[in-house]
Design a protein around this ligand. Structure first.
Ligand code: GLN
Length: 453
């Protein structure tokens, strides 16, 4: 099958089915077919890599030159990116095909994909359910087989949690593994891009392309990129799995817990041993994250002022009026809430009480992980306390929504790689097993996931 045929079949499926899921904000049909044609030519010339001609979708927070890039926000509804993000550039250079840009919570703030200016995304397994967020469009389009794979970003769980709820595989790499250049910033010290696909093998192929040093991102690590497919089949004999006792306590749905424990039993059959470990400050990850992330967001989002790009209000009376009205009209509720929280936490007199304290907790959380990794090679647990909840169920209660991030946030605070792998379902809604590795141990996560699949 040629890439043109493959791309056309995905485009047809998107046309047929995405009316139900709303996983795409923009479908780049013409561009995709042009890229597919080029990919076929490359393949014919013997100049192809594993992803040449493979149709992928990109979260709509990666800047894509000449293509609308909204970040799920009204304030960027008219924004056509003038340059290409490093991640999407690398896929382009490999001649992967871009099918379009996927729906997401506005500025990646959310856990349910209900915060998008372009409407909620629906979970293909059960359209009454949320797909998870913020990379909900990416997760849903892969789950519905509207794309072979998709990029996502994860600031506090946004790759792992939607992957978990949509029954696909997703990997958040170590902070610094993948360049953030050209990603619209949410919380710069936490944001990291990663692959979302059906299998760990597909994620490995995507990560091979995405990872690596980039002079344009000062936090990107200059460190060799291994071939992540080379170790997929390694034996798990002798691997020690740590189960944090705090991950299996109150708040975790019993049926979800059972799926996770069943998965761990499978790993024991594959030769792994299991140990209980402790992450004593887990609960503090929520207040720490929900100070640090909004604080960084409040400064990152100051660039959307109606002056330089994006939405500008009609007939501003003066400069102040333009700032105020452009931002009030452009941003949604949740984004405004975070800007207010972040601005407050950073304001003079409050910095020590909130931001500094949050950073101190962040250090403690990192140290807890380092201690746990003295006793085990990989940590396992759930991604979320329950399977996907219903659309609308938590949308009026932001705190309840924040609390559902309990198992994912700390991984970003510690800069570690984390992954979600399908591990069955509860009443038709998928459950994912979360795996957390040492810094730069993506290879081991992918290996463990692959052996399980
Ligand atoms: N749910 C978290 C938040 O709303 C994480 C989002 C993300 O990882 N981008 O901030």
């Amino acid at each position: 099958i040629s890439s043109v045929e493959l791309t056309q079949s995905y485009l047809d499926r998107i046309k047929q089915l995405d009316g139900d899921y709303n996983s795409f904000i923009t479908v780049t049909e013409e561009l995709a077919l042009t890229q597919a044609k080029k990919a076929d030519e490359r393949r014919a010339a013997g100049d192809a890599s594993a992803l040449t001609g493979i149709p992928l979708a990109h979260k709509d927070l990666f800047c894509t030159e000449g293509v609308k890039t909204t970040c799920g926000s009204n304030i960027l509804d008219n924004f056509v990116a003038p340059y290409e993000s490093t991640v999407t550039r690398k896929f382009k250079e490999a001649s992967a095909v871009m099918l379009g840009k996927t729906n997401m919570d506005e500025f990646a703030m959310g856990s349910s994909n209900e915060n998008s200016h372009y409407g909620a995304v629906k979970n293909p397994w059960d359209t009454k359910a949320i797909p998870g967020g913020s990379s909900g469009g990416s997760a849903a389009c892969v789950a519905a087989r509207l794309a072979a794979g998709a990029t996502g970003t994860d600031t506090g769980g946004s790759i792992r949690q939607p992957a978990s709820h949509c029954g696909i595989t997703g990997l958040k790499p170590t902070y610094g593994r993948v360049s953030r250049y050209g990603m619209i910033a949410y919380a710069s010290s936490l944001d990291q891009a990663g692959p979302m696909a059906q299998t760990a093998e597909d994620c490995a192929l995507m990560l091979n392309t995405m990872a690596g040093f980039d002079l344009r991102d000062s936090t990107c690590m200059d460190r060799e990129v291994p071939d992540y497919t080379a170790t997929l089949n390694d034996s798990l004999e002798g691997m020690t799995i740590g189960l944090p006792k705090e991950y299996f306590s109150t708040g975790l749905d019993a049926a979800v817990e059972q799926r996770i424990r069943d998965a761990v039993t499978e790993y024991e059959k594959l030769g792994a041993t299991v140990k209980e470990v402790s992450l004593p400050n887990l609960e503090l990850s929520i207040p720490s994250y929900y100070v640090i992330a909004p604080a960084e967001a409040s400064t990152n989002l100051s660039r959307f002022d109606g002056a330089r790009f994006g939405h500008r209000c009609d007939n501003p009376a003066d400069l102040m009026d333009m700032y105020k009205r452009s931002r009030s009209e452009g941003f949604g509720e949740e984004v405004k809430r975070r800007i207010l929280v972040g601005t407050y936490a950073l304001s003079a007199g409050y910095y020590d009480a909130y931001y500094r304290k949050a950073q101190q907790i962040r250090r403690m959380i990192r140290d807890d992980f380092m201690n746990a990794f003295e006793q085990c090679d990989i940590i396992m647990g759930p991604n979320a306390p329950t399977p996907a909840f219903n659309i609308g169920e938590k949308s009026d209660d932001p705190v309840a929504m924040y609390l559902s991030d309990i198992y994912t946030l700390s991984v970003n605070l510690a800069g570690l790689p984390g992954m979600s792998v399908p591990a069955g379902s509860v009443e038709g809604r998928p459950v994912g097993l979360q795996m957390i590795g040492r810094h730069f141990d993506e290879g081991r996560l992918l290996n463990a996931a692959h052996r399980f699949q």
